[in-house]
Design a protein around this ligand. Sequence first.
Ligand SMILES: [Zn+2]
Length: 267
Amino acid sequence: MIRRLTLLAALLTPIAAQAFTLDTAVEQGRLIRGQTTPNAVILLDGKKLPVTPAGKFAFGIARDATGTISLSENGTVSVLPIAAQTWDIQRIEGLPPGKVNPDPEGLKRIQQEAALIKAARAIVSANTGFAEAFRWPAKGRISGIYGSQRILNGEPRAPHLGLDIAGPTGTLIRSPASGRVVLAEPDLFFTGRTVMVDHGYGVGSIFAHLSASSVTVGQEIAAGQAIGAIGATGRVTGPHLHWGVYWGAITVDPRPLMPTPMPEPLP
Ligand SMILES: [Zn+2]
């Protein structure tokens, strides 16, 4: 009898409608920011996502992700297909050969530095900068886009997972959203002087090839606050900012987060 009543109750329970909204399409290379009800339980592919007290959450889709994602909201599951993107090919010549084919010492450095970056990316804090309207971090010419297959000095290499903004050395770089500095290194093998800002809930920014920076790890950063200056340190052919946005281990495209076009002058 009890079992029968439980079954009846289940049959009478209305099918809960999906209440969450996403700010962009589910596509390769996207940072997706969602809104749900406060205290909702959100699972992405079965793993719980942190949700802010106001019901905001975020996740990333990798450049080469395929298939579907499943989003569960308080037990109601939505299966969403991942739309494919097409990526450019970018050829760069004139890089120092040792930066394209590092020697054993270089490879050792690269491994150690990758561990530092991985640790910084693993931070999941309660900052809510990730949910802000992002602003341009620097003014200049877009010289490289996210996703491009790279051919460096004629050799195929890993795709480019950031946005390059070329400008004169010394051009100020401003944080696109608020957060906290989680890495500040003067000279990494590939990325030169490098700063990482955690925007919270697994989302952060990496700023590479800087000529100067005075921020320190642990420092709170306001949206628009200067965190350094454009330079040509690390593996580059000329001065530019490489700006990457990540959600944990997944690097996403910064460009769709930005207002179009680049305002002049920057606010
Ligand atoms: Zn770059």
